[in-house]
Structures are given as structure tokens and as C-alpha cells.
Design a protein around this ligand. Structure first.
Ligand code: HEC
Ligand code: HEC
Ligand code: HEC
Ligand code: HEC
Length: 396
């Protein structure tokens, strides 16, 4: 049940970001509902999620599928004609979405990649020597005992817990590394998951299901960014210092442990610069590292750097304006922008574009127009343009 509660808080955070959405409707959300929407709307007929479901099209839970709200919007739009065609062939009725359903679906798909894969134990074993851990740690009968043994970690150790523990011991490890002239080990991809998996199987009483625990509470994470001193050097959502990069600008298309790895990797430089400034090393307890990461992760879902002017150009260049224009009163014309439904979020735009796509396709065919391909940035710009225009015309 833990997961549901944190997701609920994530949603709350999201709603906070686009402020306009009423809070009540968000209470019903949790990722399992998104799974249900995926099933109920028939996506499962053609797509699998991590191996479960149809084999007609790609697995949407596969690890390469990374997308925030705008990526998803672009993917759904660009693939709309082909999906429509395959649905017709298979005699599947194209589903129509309520805004809430689209939101659940999109958050569910977005959340999938945040979960870790199950790690590779053999690779984990190899990493212990490749990353130089044996120089200071003993595991079974290999290695030195400069630091504590690593085969006695708690049975419920998760990759995130492991990353957090290392992080907390960072300054002491760094001192020893300095003494012994060893490099700060760097992690990429699923290194931490693999390592943790190997260390776990050394404990016969380990519980595998613990691997997928709490995805973190972004609302708490938002507070932690402040209380842990990250804002001494970083900017987040316009607050903080400009010594280091704006954390909002990093693309976190990584899973939770890869993100923990990213944090760890920069620990060495951070430590040096903190010593200079006499700032204490921030330590994390309980679920704190997960909370902090989940906040950074969910910032990316709605990442918005769209450009209104470029959106307007695109609306022309991609042919949208030829049908969505107050003056266009031809039989193929669609509603004028001022008549569009209120665009309260990118999810809303995705929902109405999905629902109206079949009709738009028919009309485009009549006008001998090709289906316009839109990139993630295109959608973002168009979204910004349409929202701004609606505000200007006072019909939002
Ligand atoms: C009748 C089969 C069918 C159904 C039902 C279907 N799709 Fe698709 N989907 C496809 C096909 C075919 C493609 C394009 C495959 C390609 O381009 O190789 C696709 C592509 C996609 C993509 C792009 C993925 C990428 O990596 O580029 C997304 C996202 C997607 N579908 C989501 C959905 C969702 C969400 C639903 C349910 C509302 C759904 N699909 C229902 C057949 C289907
Ligand atoms: C240069 C020596 C050194 C290297 C190399 C090193 N560590 Fe450490 N590590 C330490 C020391 C010393 C401590 C204890 C620090 C303290 O007392 O706070 C420690 C603590 C830890 C802890 C906390 C253990 C506990 O029981 O609380 C973990 C987990 C850990 N290291 C993992 C690793 C991993 C994984 C690697 C390889 C990627 C590694 N360490 C490489 C010296 C090192
Ligand atoms: C003393 C200054 C300082 C503090 C405090 C600090 N950072 Fe950084 N951080 C940096 C610098 C400098 C970089 C630039 C990249 C590097 O040096 O590795 C960076 C980079 C990063 C990156 C990007 C790493 C990459 O490889 O792209 C992340 C993520 C990050 N910091 C998160 C945090 C978080 C979370 C906190 C708070 C717990 C924090 N930082 C606190 C200085 C700091
Ligand atoms: C060939 C004409 C045509 C083109 C080109 C076209 N549309 Fe449409 N659009 C329509 C029609 C017709 C509707 C109403 C469809 C319906 O009622 O189901 C519509 C509906 C919409 C809606 C839903 C409006 C609402 O709130 O009811 C949106 C959003 C939209 N289009 C966006 C776009 C964008 C963005 C483009 C360019 C990438 C575009 N359209 C290109 C004809 C077109």
C-alpha cells in the first residue's frame, strides 16, 4: 500500500505544478489504475508491458521507452494513423479517453521506467572488483577490511538503500581513497542494482520483493532539496544558487538507481567544493534519498520550456492553421482555437488530440494533406502557443 500512497502524493505534486486542476479528481489516482486503463482501453491487445500483453506492436514497458508527457503526446499523435489502421484490421474499436483516464495512463507509462530492472548477479560480482571495492571491503573471503564487510548488509537492502548508505559514508570513503591513491568509483546504467543483487544473495534470508519498494515521495523531496543544502549550489524551479547546473535542466530519463548513481558520481566534486565553502556533507536517512530523487524525476514529466512564438509558426507550418482558423468555414475545417476545450495541462492536449485524431485524419485525406509528424518539442511549443492564445482570447 506504501506505493499507492506515494504515487498519490506524486500526483498531488503534479497538480500543484499546473495549479489549475481541481484537487478532488486527483484523489482517485494511483498507478494501478493506470494499468487498468491500459487494459480497459484495449492497448493490451497490441502492446505488452514488460512482456505481458499483446505482441502486435512494441512493448511499452521496455527499458528503452523513455518519455515524459510531451514525448508521450508526440508518440501517440505520430503513431495515430498506423494504430488506427491496425485497429481497423483487427476489428478493434478505437478507444476514447476522458482527461482523467489519459492522465492515469500517461503517469503509469511514465512511472514504469522509474522502476529498476532486476539486476544481474554475476555482473554485480564482477563490478565489485572492477570498481575497486575489494581494496577496502571484504566480501566472503576476498578483499581488505579497511571499511566494513559488505556481505553483512541488512537483508532488505535495496539498490536505493545501498546508494544512500554509500553516499552517507562518502566523505570517509573519499579520505581513504585519497590515502590509498584510489579513484572515486563511478556508476552507470544498472551497476548499483547489479552490485546490490550480488550482495543480497549472500544473505540467504533476503526477500526479493523488497527490490520494488517505495518509489519516493516527491513532495517531501521538494523540501529535502532545500534542507539538504542542494540549493547552496544548484537552482531548482527558479530557486537557489547558480554555482552548479540548474537541476531542472537535467534530463532524468533514467531509473531511480541510475539517478542515485548520477548523484554519487558527482559526489567527489561536490565534496571538494563543499569543503572549500565549509558546508557539511548532507546525509540521508529512511527514505530520504528516494524522496529527493522522485521529486527530480517528476519535475521532468511536465518539464516545460515551450516557446509560444515557435508554437505559432509550427501551427502554421504543420498545416494546423488551415483547419483551425476562425475564417476557415469549409466542410473540412475544425473548431477555431478559441473554441478548443480548456488546455489545463499537456495531458488535456494529448487527450483531445487523441480523441479527435480519426476525424482529423479523414479530413486531412480529403484535403490531400499528409499526417504532420510532431516532435516532443513541437508539441511543447504548440501547447504553449495554444494555452497562451486561449488566455488572450479570454476563453480559457
Ligand atoms: C490495434 C493495435 C494497437 C492498439 C490497440 C494500440 N496500439 Fe499503440 N501502436 C500500434 C502500432 C502498430 C504502433 C506503431 C508501431 C511502429 O511504428 O512500429 C503503435 C505505437 C505506439 C506508441 C509509440 C511507441 C514508440 O516507442 O514510438 C505508443 C506510445 C503507443 N502505441 C501507445 C498506445 C496506447 C497508450 C494504446 C491504448 C490507448 C495503444 N497504443 C493501442 C498498435 C496499437
Ligand atoms: C578506499 C577505500 C574504499 C573503497 C575503494 C570503497 N570503500 Fe566503501 N567504505 C570505506 C570505508 C572506510 C567505509 C566506512 C566509512 C565510515 O566509517 O563512515 C565504507 C563504507 C561503505 C558502505 C557502508 C557499509 C555499512 O555497513 O554501513 C558501503 C555500502 C560501501 N562502503 C560500499 C562500497 C562499494 C560498493 C565500493 C565499490 C564501488 C566501495 N565501498 C569502495 C572505504 C572504501
Ligand atoms: C557545493 C556545491 C554543490 C552542492 C551543495 C550540490 N551540488 Fe550537485 N553539482 C555540483 C556541481 C559543481 C555539479 C556539476 C557536475 C559535476 O561537477 O559533477 C553538480 C552536478 C549535479 C548533478 C548532475 C550530475 C551529472 O552528472 O549530470 C546532480 C543530479 C546533482 N548535482 C544533484 C545534487 C543534489 C541532489 C544535491 C543536494 C543533495 C547537490 N547536487 C548538491 C555542486 C554541488
Ligand atoms: C484537415 C483539417 C485539420 C487539420 C490539418 C488539423 N485539424 Fe485539428 N481538428 C480538425 C477537426 C475537423 C477537428 C474536430 C474533430 C472532431 O470533431 O472529432 C479537430 C480537432 C482538433 C482538436 C480538438 C479541439 C477541441 O477542443 O475540440 C485539437 C486540439 C486539434 N484539432 C489540434 C490540431 C493540431 C495541433 C493540428 C496540427 C498538427 C491539427 N489539429 C490539424 C481538423 C484538422
Amino acid at each position: 500500500m506504501k506505493i499507492n500512497i506515494s504515487i498519490f502524493v506524486m500526483i498531488l505534486l503534479l497538480s500543484y505544478n499546473y495549479a489549475v486542476t481541481a484537487q478532488e479528481e486527483l484523489f482517485a489516482l494511483n498507478p494501478l489504475e493506470g494499468r487498468q486503463v491500459f487494459k480497459n482501453k484495449g492497448c493490451q491487445n497490441c502492446h505488452a508491458i514488460r512482456g505481458q500483453g499483446g505482441k502486435v506492436a512494441m512493448d511499452l514497458g521496455r527499458n528503452e521507452y523513455y518519455g515524459n508527457a510531451f514525448d508521450l503526446a508526440a508518440d501517440l499523435w505520430n503513431h495515430s494513423p498506423i494504430m488506427q489502421e491496425v485497429m481497423a484490421e483487427m476489428n478493434i474499436k478505437r478507444p476514447v479517453f476522458e482527461e482523467d483516464e489519459m492522465k492515469q495512463l500517461m503517469l503509469y507509462l511514465y512511472y514504469l521506467r522509474y522502476l529498476n530492472k532486476t539486476g544481474n548477479v554475476l555482473k554485480g560480482k564482477k563490478l565489485l572488483s572492477e570498481k575497486g571495492c575489494y581494496n577496502c571491503h571484504k566480501v566472503r573471503d576476498i578483499g581488505n577490511e579497511i571499511g566494513p564487510r559488505l556481505d553483512k548488509l541488512p537483508t532488505h537492502v535495496s539498490p536505493l538503500f545501498m546508494a544512500q548508505t554509500m553516499w552517507n559514508h562518502g566523505p570517509e570513503m573519499a579520505d581513504k581513497m585519497h590515502e590509498l591513491n584510489l579513484p572515486w568509483p563511478k556508476f552507470e546504467n544498472d551497476d548499483i542494482v547489479d552490485l546490490t543483487n550480488y550482495l543480497r544473495i549472500l544473505r540467504k534470508d533476503a526477500q526479493p520483493e523488497e527490490m520494488y519498494t517505495n518509489p519516493g515521495n516527491p513532495q517531501k523531496g521538494k523540501e529535502l532539496i532545500k534542507s539538504k543544502g542542494c540549493l547552496n549550489c544548484h537552482t531548482v524551479q527558479g530557486q537557489g544558487s547558480e554555482i552548479a547546473i540548474d537541476l531542472t535542466e537535467i534530463e532524468f530519463n533514467r531509473n531511480v538507481t541510475e539517478m542515485a548513481g548520477l548523484l554519487w558520481n558527482h559526489g567527489e566534486r561536490m565534496l571538494v567544493s563543499m569543503k572549500k565553502k565549509k558546508i557539511a556533507w548532507p546525509k540521508f536517512k529512511d527514505e530520504e534519498m528516494g524522496d529527493l530523487i522522485s521529486y527530480l524525476y517528476y519535475l521532468d514529466f511536465m518539464e516545460s520550456g515551450g516557446n509560444v512564438g515557435r508554437g505559432e509558426e509550427l501551427f502554421d507550418n504543420k498545416g494546423c492553421a488551415s483547419c483551425h482558423n476562425t475564417k476557415a468555414k469549409t466542410e473540412t475545417a475544425g473548431p477555431a482555437i478559441s473554441e478548443f476545450e480548456s488546455l489545463t495541462s499537456p495531458v488535456k492536449l494529448t487527450q483531445i488530440m487523441w480523441n479527435h485524431a480519426p476525424d482529423m485524419e479523414i479530413k486531412m485525406k480529403k484535403m490531400e494533406l499528409d499526417w504532420p509528424e510532431l516532435t516532443k518539442n513541437d508539441i511543447e511549443d504548440i501547447y504553449n502557443f495554444l494555452s497562451a492564445r486561449k488566455v488572450l482570447t479570454g476563453k480559457n
